[in-house]
Ligand binder design. Structure first.
Ligand SMILES: *Cc1c(COP(=O)(O)O)cnc(C)c1O
Length: 384
């Protein structure tokens, strides 16, 4: 799963993860379930779980049942929630055997789980997932009566949680969607509880956790903010995530420095032309390392505190930087030096949102892609 062939490193600062988690718990005023699906948004599944376990995380949210089983195998004792739910035949038994709480969003899953639990002789805890307006996974609120009667015939199924997911929580200019989803969810939770199911409820993601106290319910689910990206960056609510600290930095080595005479072009297609006699640094990162070719002629890297613009097309394992201005600034860059695509020393520090904007994507995708590279972990600046 890790890219083994590259010189790119994703450096993860565990002290910043702890800082962000504490901040989220404080902001939520209730328990926060860390969402560490997809290898913890590229930050590393097991290291993140081990970092957050001692801070009182009540549960962890992962994607696949298999990811949850990996955490169990690593000795994580908390409740493990598989947000994608069981998909493969083997997943059902795995949920029962490893005490994994799957999101369940359709009747077929319920039946297969009941069967697996009956065969195994152990009841299985589940989270009922409702679609309250995003129209992705989930039972419809209108299915509640039918669902309740199905559950009556499935004594080995124990609904312990009910969940839904918000479509527009990070868009303060668009509050109607969350409002309507909140109302639908309230009806569902009441219906389940009135029918005697002692479910705990969870609706809020990072943005709702920071911005919408009334949608907090029993647990909030903290994903992107845990990694230090502000879900409200660039909106009127940006202050709510102001103190989050980006936990991931991404580095690559300088391979060579070239003098390029005025009028010459660089990289495939010669799409960047030197307007003056130029100095070009060749950096060992490309699209095979998860650094999108869409970054061609867009954005910057941070070379020891000073930014240099990307020149020409991003190649498979190389990207070129225009460092012509470095000399006048008294800055020297040499082969073997390390540059940052994300983070790095001030004043050139590149924030997740800046990188995502150049990339024309969201911070989530930038983390997931670059986080496929090999990791280094640091705690208060020291390697661990
Ligand atoms: C990924 C995910 C989250 C976390 O969302 P963030 O915006 O990263 O906080 C919460 N709930 C579900 C169901 C998810 O899939």
């Amino acid at each position: 799963m890790t890219i083994e062939y590259s010189n790119v490193r994703a450096v993860v600062h565990l002290d910043r993860i702890r800082h962000n988690y504490r901040l989220l718990c404080e902001a939520a005023g209730r328990q926060v379930i860390p969402i560490i699906k997809c290898n913890a948004y590229g930050h590393g599944l097991i290291p993140l779980a081990k970092t957050l376990s001692p801070l009182g995380a009540p549960a962890f949210g992962v994607g696949t049942v298999e990811e949850a089983a990996q955490l169990r195998e690593a000795g994580i004792g908390q409740r493990l929630i598989a947000l994608l739910g069981p998909m493969h035949p083997n997943d059902y038994q795995l949920c029962v055997a490893e005490d994994i709480v799957p999101f369940v969003s359709r009747m077929g899953q319920l039946q297969s789980l009941h069967e697996a639990a009956s065969n195994f002789g152990t009841p299985v805890d589940i989270c009922l997932k409702f679609d309250t307006g995003m129209h992705r996974l989930g039972f419809q609120p209108d299915d509640l009566i039918e669902l309740l009667s199905a559950l009556d015939g499935m004594p080995m199924i124990r609904p312990v949680l009910v969940a839904s997911h918000l479509s527009c929580a990070d868009e303060p200019e668009n509050p109607e969607a969350s409002c309507s989803q909140g109302e639908q969810f309230m009806d569902v939770v009441r219906g389940l509880r009135n029918a005697g199911h002692q479910v705990e409820a969870t609706l809020a993601n990072s943005a709702a956790l920071l911005g919408k106290d009334e949608l907090g319910w029993d647990f909030c689910r903290g994903g992107i903010a845990l990694y230090g990206a502000n879900p409200f960056e660039g909106t009127e609510l940006a202050d709510l995530g102001r103190n989050l600290q980006p936990a991931m930095e991404v580095t690559a080595p300088v391979m060579q420095i070239q003098n390029v005479p005025a009028g010459q072009g660089v990289s495939y297609g010669l799409t960047w032309k030197a307007e003056r006699d130029s100095r070009i640094a060749i950096v060992g990162v490309g699209y095979a390392d998860g650094f999108s070719r869409g970054m061609s002629n867009r954005g910057f890297m941070n070379c020891g505190g000073m930014r240099a613009p990307i020149a020409g097309r991003v190649c498979m394992q190389m990207t070129l930087l225009d460092i012509t201005d470095f000399e006048a600034a008294g800055k020297v860059l040499r082969p073997g030096d390390t540059v940052h695509m994300l983070g790095g020393p001030a004043p050139g520090t590149i924030t997740p949102q800046e990188l995502a904007d150049w990339w024309q994507t969201i911070t989530y995708e930038a983390f997931c892609m670059l986080g496929m590279n090999r990791h280094e972990y640091k705690d208060k600046g020291e390697p661990v």
